[in-house]
Every structure is written in C-alpha cells, then in structure tokens.
Design a protein around this ligand. Structure first.
Ligand SMILES: Nc1ncnc2c1ncn2[C@@H]1O[C@H](COP(=O)(O)OP(=O)(O)OP(=O)(O)O)[C@@H](O)[C@H]1O
Ligand SMILES: [Mg+2]
Length: 499
C-alpha cells in the first residue's frame, strides 16, 4: 500500500511539542530535555516524533526518565542541600527533566524504515494526542492485537500475522494475565488467520469453563500404541526395573500391538492384559519339550505382581475411544476445542499430548499444510529445562513439531510462568519461539529477560513491576524492531467474575 509522506504541518493539530534533543545523540538513541511542565504528561513508554534537523522524522519511545537539579547534588554541599536540611524550599532554577529516546525508525515516508541519520541535538520532539494514530506508521496490516499501553484504545497494535507459525511464547508470573491475553487476544487472532485452535488445558480451570460445548475430556482420547506402552510401563512401575523390567516392557509392547487387550471396562482390561502377557511370556520361554524356563517363571511372577499392584483407576486413560484423527476432524468442524487435562496424573496428561502430537506430526510428514494452532498452558510441564522420563519425549516432540510447523502451518503457543532455568521452559523449545509476550516476570528470570531487551532499554525493574494485562511484544509478530508495550480490554462480565 502506498503511503503519504509525513506532513508535519498537517499533523500539527495532533502533536504537542514536549522538548528538544540533548547533546550526545546517535541514530537510534538520544535524550530529550523536556519543556517545563511536560514532565507531568510525558511518561515512560510514551511514543514521540522527532523532527530531526538532519532532515527526517523519527518515531521513538521514551524509556528511562530522570530529573536533575544542580542545587541538590549530593556529591558536594550546595545551597539546596542547606535549605533541605532546614526544611525550606529549594530553587528549581537549575532543574530539568529528561527521557532517553529509543528510536523505532524513520517514518518520513509514512512507513517505518531503519533510521540511518544521526538525530541532531536541538531537534524538536513531539508527542501524539488522540487525533493521530502513530500505529499506522508501523504497518498497514489489518491484523491487530490489543492496543499500545500508554496510548489510546484506538491505537491497536498491527501484527505481522504471517509469522504466527513461527510460534509464540507467553511469559509472566502467576496473575500477570497470560490466560486472559491468550483467550481474548491470541486465540481470536489465530482463528481470524485460519488456524483451528486446540487448547490443552492442564488445570482445566483456565479455558474449559469459558468454551462450553467445546470441551473434550482427556479420558475420551484413545492413546496411540506408543503412548499406551509408555504410560502403562510407568503405571506398572517398569515391572521393578532392571533387565527383567526391560524384557517385560518388550513383552508389554507385543501385547499392545495385538490390539486384543481392551475389555468393556477397566476390570476386564486388566484381566486381559495380564492373560495376554502370560501368553506372550510362555510362548517366548518354553523349550521344545514344552517346559517353561526358570526365567519364564520369574517373568510370570514379576508380571503378575506388577498387575496386582495396578489400581483400576490407572487404566482409565487407556480406555478412551476417540482417535486423534477424530479429534482433528471434530476440530475442523468446530474450529476450536479445549482438551481438559485436569483429571489424571502427569504421565497420563503427557501421554494424551503425545498421541495427538504424533498424529499432527504424521499429517505434516505427508507434506500437508495443516492450519492447526496448539495452545499449551503450563508449558514447563511438557518441556522443562531438564526433562526426565516422559518429559524427554514430550520435549523432543515439541521441538520436532516446531520445526515442521513453520513449513506446514502448525502454530505453537506456549504459556509459562518462567522463561528460563528451573522455572522456565527447555532451551531447545524456547529457541523456536519467534514471538514473545513478556508480562510481569519473576525476579529469577531477570537475567534471561534482559537478554531479550538488551538494546531496547527496557529494564528488569520495569518488567518486575508491570501491571496485570501488560505485555511487551517482541519478535516476528511485532512490526517494530523495538519491543512495544501492549495491553487489552477485558469484557465487563469477566471483570465482575475476576473481582
Ligand atoms: N487486560 C487486563 N486488564 C485488566 N485486568 C486484567 C487483564 N488481564 C488480566 N487481568 C486480571 O488479571 C487476573 C489474572 O489473569 P490470568 O488468570 O490471565 O493470569 P495468569 O497469568 O494466567 O495466571 P496463572 O499463571 O496463575 O494461570 C485476571 O483475573 C484479571 O482480573
Ligand atoms: Mg493462567
């Protein structure tokens, strides 16, 4: 789309002059000294336009303000300090306020390009009022998300939706608004862009209650053979482990592959599983004269003991009948489904995930564009920094899905309270998330978060204090090279419920 060059005179009614650029400026960074009184209206994250005396117009963000009063320097004794000691008033004659400006880019042509000109000291700086929406500089995309947090509600943030399948991460401590962001902004964006959305609700409380009629229970899902073997082996305590345990796992695998073990209920299933196990063990450990070997005897005893210790409840997850293929078919019809994973132990939840994930992977391996978005809350449960047991498999599967997904349109949205380390998600998976929403973070995450904000002057103390529902948008979806602080409105009825 062709854009009109920025006509400052035409814009003047929508701009308010707030200060001038100080000495020591560069192309992407400078200081603005505020005119008297403007320190009351210009805040951190305010958007400004610099009328660069070197011939262009630069859009920038105020980040990191400070106030200076020469009479109140603490390194030496000044008259101001003398007054302060006596409780008298100090002079404001030598006082000024300044903000660091982080350049987003050159907007002279009406659209954003990298700024290559040094910002001249003395250039005038303006802030925008409601009459003009500076977001139009960033992109002409029709796709929008929330609004610029320190602007007006009309300043909806344009996003580069073609990068949805480069995957999304949403981070913030508990109560920072991740689930709300996801439900009210991210999920609608995914749907608008043609993705069918499958939400994996670990706790069953964040999503399931909000999508009545679209909820699947994890118990309904039929696990694939691999997931059943993994799951049952762990439920059977790996038959006591060791070499014997390993051998029995192999027998279990044979049994599952017969597809002849499922009964009409858990009770019958347990009986059938054990009798099939016995059959396979005997078959493999009987010599030509028909005599069971000593090992065979041991295998039988161990298998029986393991099955006797199995709770009937533990078999619930293998009783599901809805195949991953049918889930995807239903997803196509309904466009959105929530898989409630709240009942069941962790291994069961991960097994359900694996069955579905492997099906999606197979679809992509057939070189099909699948247009599916997987939204995974509580992501560290699937891919923690140091995966163990089944987590190793889920972590690997997520990395594979991420790689294939970029080509065949499987978009991941991973939600986590922490970014890195013990509270975060696995580095191999995290590397695949090319768009991040970072809300209020945990102090343990400050060093990791700082890496993402290295050159954009968002400080970790700002991230530690973000209000709920405020997120920095970083990465591919963001049309600006600099992180933008966004927020969004939540509907009235949710506000009442939240209160
Ligand atoms: N945009 C917003 N504006 C105002 N309040 C909000 C906004 N987003 C979220 N909140 C408030 O923050 C509360 C917590 O939000 P939410 O449940 O999304 O947190 P969360 O990050 O998902 O937490 P958890 O990690 O515990 O699941 C909500 O109950 C809501 O009242
Ligand atoms: Mg939540």
């Amino acid at each position: 789309m062709k854009r009109e060059p920025v006509d400052l005179d035409g814009l003047k009614g929508s701009l308010e002059e707030i200060g001038v650029v100080a000495s020591g400026s560069r192309e992407n960074e400078s200081l603005v000294i505020l005119y008297e009184g403007k320190e009351r209206v210009v805040t951190n994250e305010s958007l400004v336009l610099i009328e660069n005396r070197n011939g262009n117009k630069v859009l920038a963000i105020c980040r990191g303000g400070f106030g200076i009063n020469d009479s109140l320097r603490t390194s030496e004794y000044t008259p101001g300090i003398a007054y302060a000691r006596r409780g008298g008033s100090t002079s404001t004659a030598k006082e000024y306020y300044a903000f660091r400006l982080v350049a987003i880019g050159d907007v002279t042509s009406g659209r954003i390009v990298q700024n290559a000109k040094i910002i001249a000291p003395g250039s005038r700086v303006y802030r925008f009022n409601e009459g003009f929406n500076p977001m139009t500089f960033l992109s002409s995309s029709e796709q929008r998300l929330g609004y610029y947090a320190t602007g007006y509600k009309t300043w909806e943030v344009p996003v580069q939706a073609e990068y949805i399948s480069s995957h999304i991460g949403i981070f913030g401590v508990t109560g920072s608004g991740k689930s709300f962001l996801c439900r009210h902004q991210v999920v609608p964006m995914l749907l608008r862009n043609g993705y069918d959305v499958l939400i994996l609700d670990w706790k069953g409380s964040d999503y399931a209650p909000h999508y009545p009629g679209k909820v699947l229970n994890m118990g309904d899902v039929e696990l694939d053979d691999e997931a059943i073997i993994d799951y049952l082996a762990s439920a059977l305590n790996y038959f006591g482990g060791g070499d014997i345990g390993k051998r029995l796992e192999l027998y279990l695998g044979e049994v599952i592959a017969t597809h002849n073990w499922k009964g009409k209920d858990e009770f019958e299933t347990a009986k059938r599983l054990l009798s099939e196990m016995e059959r396979v063990i005997i078959e493999d450990n009987t010599d030509q004269s028909g005599k069971l070997s000593r090992w065979g005897d041991t295998y039988l005893r161990k298998a029986t003991r393991a099955f006797n210790n199995l709770d009937r409840q533990d078999l619930k997850p293998v009783m599901g009948t809805m195949k991953p293929r049918e889930i995807v078919e239903r997803l196509r019809r309904e466009r959105l489904l929530v898989l409630d994973l709240s009942y069941g132990a962790k291994e069961q939840k991960l097994s359900v995930f694996l069955s579905i994930a492997r099906h999606l992977k197979r679809m992509m391996e057939e070189k099909r564009t699948i247009n599916v978005a997987l939204v995974i809350d509580e992501a560290p449960q699937y891919c923690p920094w140091q995966p163990r047991g089944l987590e190793e498999r889920t972590t690997k599967t997520l990395t594979e899905l991420a790689a294939l997904g970029r080509s065949y349109k499987l978009a991941l949205t991973l939600i986590s309270q922490g970014i890195a380390g013990e509270i975060g998600i696995n580095a191999a998976v995290r590397r695949n998330l090319n768009t991040l929403f970072v809300g209020r973070i945990h102090p343990l995450d400050a060093p990791e978060a700082e890496k993402y904000f290295a050159t954009s002057y968002v400080s970790s103390d700002q991230l530690l204090r973000l209000p709920e529902g405020h997120f920095f948008l970083i990465g591919k979806l963001n049309p600006s090279p600099v992180p933008l602080l966004i927020t969004f409105e939540i509907p009235e009825e949710e506000r009442v419920r939240g209160a």
